[in-house]
Design a binder for this molecule. Structure first.
Ligand SMILES: Cc1cc2nc3c(=O)[nH]c(=O)nc-3n(C[C@H](O)[C@H](O)[C@H](O)COP(=O)(O)OP(=O)(O)OC[C@H]3O[C@@H](n4cnc5c(N)ncnc54)[C@H](O)[C@@H]3O)c2cc1C
Length: 426
């Protein structure tokens, strides 16, 4: 390979904070809110011009119920805007057997707005359109994080960094150990999109059901009416082709099929995935319009800003949660998060602490779990919970002047319980 050598240069330090939150997906939003509310000076850096990550940019808008801690608070704020609801009533109206009856849904545009409002109310400083590209490390401590944006290359100093990039970018830049499946074993990627103009009543009255949309597509492929290249069947914890109603009448949210062999930390792979999945989405909707009652006036309302990435790097933390832990309902003295209220899955604090680096915590889908244990822990509510725990731990480490790995667990747990987080203690 040909190389060029970058010239040495001085980089301006634009911010010096207690806690830097890297990435503004749901985990980063929760981490920033929790840290700022505990009195830390917090900066959140996000590469896009809006927050939410997969929950907005990825158009992942259906969730298991969000019912404790910041999960609940965010759901309530969305509800006040008429932008969060259980799909139960909708589904019952159309079909008694629809699986979407057990799901909640939100409007991604409302999440973009409400997250910024909440961060502002809590005093979090926000820097959008900025990509984190490097972590400068000395004596196992990150002393600067480098970002690139339209203003050039800039540096940020922070006493504690929370990596909520989904891909553990900061941990990787800091040379903290991580795991990544071989690309052929990684969970598949999926382009999510919304279709509008659907007459669901007519669709159901014609004997169809949203949860059977996969069969309709497969039938189209079988009869030669649809040339579709992506996997339609559920594989590796991805539903293939799938659809849910949304909170808006006439709109459905579609999982546009599974594409395997894509590494979400490789730009060539991501480019390939964007090209293939967008082409297939258009074909799929054209087929539905032509062949399926209720879809005659349907059109793609919008596709996700980027293809949906389920899994990339996971840090190797002080503890790695396994599928056996989940199956055995293993309890941990240092529990700091659960994916949902009353869940038997416990996330110990050690899963958020990477090995080797002293002032780094990790939240969201890149925490220290094995690949097969990831599915319940990468849901949106679970990422909010690990974000809340990591942000709280970061702020408490700063105020108590200790390294995150030396923080008193009982202090952290007491704080989380005060924040209405369910840790299973009575
Ligand atoms: C197709 C698909 C379907 C899913 N279905 C469901 C579902 O039905 N229900 C459910 O609950 N969950 C579902 N999930 C899982 C869930 O959406 C995600 O796991 C979760 O939203 C991840 O949140 P996060 O904050 O950890 O990461 P992300 O959402 O990935 O957020 C990371 C943020 O960091 C930013 N960022 C990344 N790198 C950098 C950098 N270097 N510099 C600056 N910013 C950076 C990103 O732009 C992003 O905003 C699904 C996921 C996919 C892909």
């Amino acid at each position: 390979m040909e190389w060029i050598k970058e010239e040495e240069r001085r980089i301006p330090v634009i911010s010096n904070v207690d806690v830097l939150i890297a990435g503004g997906g749901v985990a980063g939003i929760a981490a920033a809110l929790a840290a700022a509310r505990l009195g830390a000076k917090v900066l959140l850096v996000e590469r896009y011009g809006f927050l939410g990550g997969m929950a907005t940019a990825g158009l992942v808008i259906t969730v298991p119920p969000m019912n404790n801690g910041l999960q609940l608070e965010i759901a309530q704020r969305l509800q006040e805007m008429g932008a969060y609801a259980s799909l139960k009533s909708l589904s019952e109206y159309y079909s008694k057997n629809d699986v979407s009856a057990y799901t909640h849904a939100f409007d991604p545009e409302a999440l973009k707005l409400v997250s910024i409002k909440m961060l502002k109310e809590s005093g979090v400083h926000l820097l959008l359109h900025s990509l984190i590209v490097k972590a400068c490390v000395e004596n196992n401590t990150i002393y600067g994080v480098i970002i690139e944006n339209k203003s050039g290359r800039q540096a940020i100093r922070a006493r504690v960094v929370v990596d909520a990039t989904g891909d553990a970018d900061v941990a990787a830049f800091a040379n903290a150990p991580f795991e990544k499946e071989k690309f052929e074993n990684m969970l598949p990627v999926t382009l999510m999109f919304n279709i509008t103009g659907v007459n669901l009543k007519e669709f159901y009255n014609s004997g169809f059901n949203l949860s059977r949309i996969r069969e309709i597509i497969e039938e189209g492929v079988k009869t030669g009416k649809l040339d579709f290249k992506l996997k339609t069947k559920p594989t590796k914890n991805a539903p293939g082709v799938y659809a849910e109603a949304t909170i808006h009448e006439g709109e459905i949210n579609v999982w546009g099929g599974s594409l395997e062999g894509i590494d979400g930390t490789n730009a060539e792979d991501l480019t390939k995935a964007e090209i293939i999945t967008r082409e297939e989405a258009w074909k799929l909707v054209t087929f539905l319009k032509r062949e399926v009652p209720g879809f005659e006036s349907a059109r793609i309302e919008y596709t996700a800003t980027q293809v949906g990435i389920r899994e990339t790097r996971r840090i190797l933390g002080e503890y790695t949660l396994t599928i056996e832990d989940i199956k055995n309902k293993k309890s941990f003295k240092d529990i700091v998060a659960k994916p949902y209220l009353h869940s038997t899955i416990a996330v110990p604090y050690r899963c958020l602490i990477p090995k080797k680096i002293d002032n780094l915590l990790v939240a969201g889908r890149c925490i220290s779990v094995t690949s097969d244990a990831l599915p319940p822990l990468r849901t949106i509510p679970a990422c909010i919970s690990t974000g809340q725990a990591a942000g709280s731990a970061a702020a408490l480490s700063v105020s108590n002047n200790v390294k995150p790995r030396m923080l008193s667990i009982s202090l952290l747990q007491e704080s989380l319980i005060k924040q209405n987080v369910d840790l299973g203690f009575n």
